[in-house]
Design a protein around this ligand. Sequence first.
Ligand SMILES: *[C@@H]1O[C@H](CO)[C@@H](O)[C@H](O)[C@H]1NC(C)=O
Ligand SMILES: *[C@@H]1O[C@H](CO)[C@@H](O)[C@H](O)[C@H]1NC(C)=O
Ligand SMILES: *[C@@H]1O[C@H](CO)[C@@H](O)[C@H](O)[C@H]1NC(C)=O
Ligand SMILES: *[C@@H]1O[C@H](CO)[C@@H](O)[C@H](O)[C@H]1NC(C)=O
Length: 304
Amino acid sequence: MPAMFFKLVILIQATLAVSQNVSFIYNGFRSEYLSLDGVAQFTPNGLLMLTNDSQEIKGHAFYPNPVTFKNSYSDTNAFLFSTTFVFAIRSVLATVSGHGMAFVIALKRGIPQELDTIKQIEFNDIDNNHVGIDINGLNSVKSATAGYYAENNGGFRNLSLTSGQVMQVWVEYDGTKKQINVTLAPVSAGKPHAPLLSLKHDLSPILHKTMYVGFSSSTGSLPTSHYVLGWSFKMNGQAQELVHSQLPNLPRIGGKKVSKLLTIGVPVMSLSLVLLPIVGIISAIRRKRKFAELLEDWELEYGP
Ligand SMILES: *[C@@H]1O[C@H](CO)[C@@H](O)[C@H](O)[C@H]1NC(C)=O
Ligand SMILES: *[C@@H]1O[C@H](CO)[C@@H](O)[C@H](O)[C@H]1NC(C)=O
Ligand SMILES: *[C@@H]1O[C@H](CO)[C@@H](O)[C@H](O)[C@H]1NC(C)=O
Ligand SMILES: *[C@@H]1O[C@H](CO)[C@@H](O)[C@H](O)[C@H]1NC(C)=O
């Protein structure tokens, strides 16, 4: 028995050591372990494929260990994090409906069914090709048409998220300034000096002590492949830059598909930063239901 007790203590300490100031970098996913579900899978050459070209499917991939954001739930000390990832979204056909992909910070690895799809029109989205910050649900707190500020006063350039072009996103949060920045650029352009989205929002009341970080993606009636080529994250510091030469290549696609993609319609896709303290939402719904039941009881007993 004492031996077992010892083992337990060591295990707990190891877990604590791992979860402080988490930092990781995946230049491709050749031998890395992430917690996958849905149709998410690694391709043999090291791509993380969240969804393939099927309709009505979803895929999630989460860093397997929880990330410590605060020392305790009530801790209001400022924290910061930064993450960057390279992605590509390929759509076979552009139609009027489609979902998208999100970088997610959630209390659990995975997202409850009812919150799973990243729908656009129903949730105040500004247009069909945007980047948004969603907090505590699917309403975009702030969003912008996908694009970037080109260097040397090159002005704002639109990007089509579903073009299949390889792009990079940076998400940075500074708890002292209480500010989230989201920056997008074609992978070859480097990081623009100005973020696409900048939002003043204190995340400390929303985030729990530990949270999981990962990606979520779903397709609607629009068959779309969502790929992540590389991912870097750091808690309390600047995420290491990805090494572009080490990133895996996207699968080849036929010339016909490409020309179709470039000529047909408006791509419908969003890319979001979703912050979901899931337990909070579910308990709020339960409380509401309970309250409704109580009301009915009261009505039965005392009449309307
Ligand atoms: C985590 O990083 C912060 C900021 O660099 C530092 O102050 C703190 O001591 C670090 N914590 C651990 C456990 O290394
Ligand atoms: C997508 O993945 C699912 C599950 O792995 C598979 O059943 C389906 O055939 C795949 N679709 C395509 C178009 O590859
Ligand atoms: C960029 O996209 C927005 C929204 O779709 C549009 O209003 C604007 O004219 C586009 N700008 C360019 C330079 O294409
Ligand atoms: C966000 O961007 C603004 C404008 O470039 C910059 O002043 C600020 O320091 C950035 N904040 C973070 C958290 O990166």
